[in-house]
Design a protein around this ligand. Structure first.
Ligand code: FES
Ligand code: FES
Length: 150
């Protein structure tokens, strides 16, 4: 058994140490916000926060995570009470198919916690590892800028 700190709660999981975090989140903990896109650390659909940094959960084994704080998009707000980044994504209608959006929100959250007022250039640089195949990048950028301004 491995104990993980997920969204502020200690969660016991029965997983081989090499098991990748994305599968534990989705298959054992019922947290389906993070998505499987490429499985290779190249698209960002699976992004979660680990100690405040955006991490690709599809290439992160659970063995490196005990004692570290994991947060997923579910930990940033609820449907009834979305967090500021989630709210901005809704207001800007940043999702088309929505597949990339949990990862985008989580990556933006990492930036805004580190720097509440990033420049547009910094937002673009920070968000670059996460891809959106629907091409809603400009709406995503607007949503992140909205939170940064607020
Ligand atoms: S699914 Fe993890 S980076 Fe693509
Ligand atoms: S909204 Fe479809 S992949 Fe981004």
């Amino acid at each position: 058994m491995i104990t993980l700190d997920v969204n502020g709660a200690a969660r016991e999981v029965d997983a081989d140490p090499d098991t990748l975090l994305l599968y534990v989140l989705r298959d054992q903990l019922g947290l389906n916000g993070a998505k499987f896109g490429c499985g290779l650390g190249q698209c960002g659909a699976c992004t979660v926060l680990v100690d405040g940094r955006a991490v690709f959960s599809c290439v992160t084994p659970v063995s490196v995570l005990p004692g570290r704080k994991i947060r997923t998009v579910e930990g940033l707000g609820t449907a009834e009470n979305p967090g500021p980044v989630q709210r901005a994504f809704i207001e800007e209608q940043a999702a088309q198919c929505g597949y990339c959006i949990a990862g985008m929100i989580v990556r933006a959250q990492a930036l805004l916690e580190r720097d509440p007022s990033p420049s547009e250039a910094e937002i673009r640089r920070h968000m670059a590892p996460n891809l959106c195949r629907c091409g809603t990048h400009m709406r995503i950028l607007r949503a992140v800028k909205k939170v940064a301004k607020a």
